[in-house]
Design a protein. Structure first.
Length: 257
C-alpha cells in the first residue's frame, strides 16, 4: 500500500511512525484509519519490530478529527465513523509491541484519543491537550469517554470532557495523562531512547507485560493473578527467554535474545 498520510521507518527494532498531514494539523479522516490499519498489520507481522513510536509532523500531534469530513454525516454514518476510529485505536492497544506517543504539539479531540490508545505518552513541554468536542455539540467518538477516566480518574476526566478546557503539558503530567516531558527539540530523541531501552529487554517478556496488564484490567484481581502466574511460568524452561536472561545475569554477560 502506498501511504499518503503516514510516514514510517524501521531502525534497530523501532518503528517510527509520523502522521503527516500538516496542512490540516494532521486531522484524522477515513484515509488515516485505513492507512493505520494496514500499517499496524504489517508491523505486527514483522518480527523485527520491538517498539513503535508515534508522532505528528509540524505543530500538531493530531489536532482532532476532520470536521469537514464529518459535518454532513447522518446518524448512521456518524456511528460508523466512530466505530472505525475505535477499532483502529483498539488495534494499537492490541499490538504485540509497546506503542509510545511522542506528543509534539496539539493533541486535541481525536488526537488525544489516539495518544491515549498508545501504551504511554511523552510530550513536548509546549504541547496542548484536551477533549473540546462539546464546543461542537459533540462527544468524543474514538473511546475518549472510556480511556480518559481510566487514565486520570472520573473527576479529572469529567472536568476535561465537560469544560473542553485545553491543558498544558505540565498539567497533563500532574494528572497522569502523560508520563514524561521534554524540551521540544529533544522529544523524538527521548522517545527513541526509551524505545531502544525497551527493545533491549526480553522481547517475549515485553509482549507479555503489555498483554497481561491490559487483559488484567478487565478481570477481577484473582483472575488477573492467575493470568500473571500462567505467563510468568511460560518464560521458564529449557532454551526459554527467562532461562537465557537469568543465566546471563549470573554469568555477568549481556543476554542473547
Amino acid at each position: 500500500m502506498e501511504y499518503q498520510i503516514l510516514k514510517h521507518e524501521i531502525n534497530e527494532g523501532i518503528a517510527l511512525v509520523t502522521v503527516s498531514r500538516p496542512q490540516a494539523l494532521n486531522a484524522l479522516n477515513t484515509l488515516f484509519f485505513k492507512e493505520m490499519d494496514h500499517l499496524l498489520a504489517a508491523l505486527t507481522q514483522n518480527d523485527a519490530v520491538r517498539v513503535m513510536v508515534l508522532t505528528g509532523e509540524g505543530k500538531a500531534f493530531v489536532a482532532g478529527a476532520d470536521i469537514a469530513e464529518m459535518v454532513n454525516k447522518t446518524v448512521m454514518e456518524g456511528s460508523g465513523f466512530s466505530r472505525m476510529g475505535q477499532n483502529t485505536f483498539r488495534s494499537i492497544e492490541k499490538a504485540p509491541f509497546p506503542v509510545i506517543a511522542a506528543i509534539n504539539g496539539f493533541a486535541l479531540g481525536g488526537g488525544l484519543e489516539l495518544a491515549m490508545a498508545c501504551d504511554f505518552r511523552i510530550a513536548s513541554s509546549k504541547a496542548k491537550l484536551g477533549q473540546p468536542e462539546v464546543n461542537l455539540g459533540l462527544i468524543p467518538g474514538f473511546a475518549g469517554t472510556q480511556r480518559l477516566p481510566r487514565l486520570v480518574g472520573m473527576a479529572n476526566a469529567l472536568f476535561l470532557l465537560t469544560t473542553a478546557e485545553i491543558i498544558g503539558a505540565d498539567e497533563a503530567l500532574r494528572i497522569g495523562l502523560v508520563q514524561k516531558l521534554t524540551e521540544p527539540e529533544q522529544l523524538i530523541e527521548e522517545a527513541m531512547r526509551l524505545a531502544k531501552s525497551i527493545a533491549s529487554k526480553g522481547p517475549k517478556a515485553i509482549q507479555l507485560i503489555k498483554f497481561t496488564v491490559r487483559k488484567g484490567l478487565g478481570m477481577d484481581f484473582e483472575a488477573g493473578n492467575d493470568l500473571e502466574a500462567m505467563h510468568f511460568g511460560s518464560l521458564f524452561g529449557a532454551k526459554s527467554e527467562g532461562e537465557e536472561g537469568m543465566k546471563a545475569f549470573l554469568e555477568k554477560r549481556p543476554p542473547v535474545w
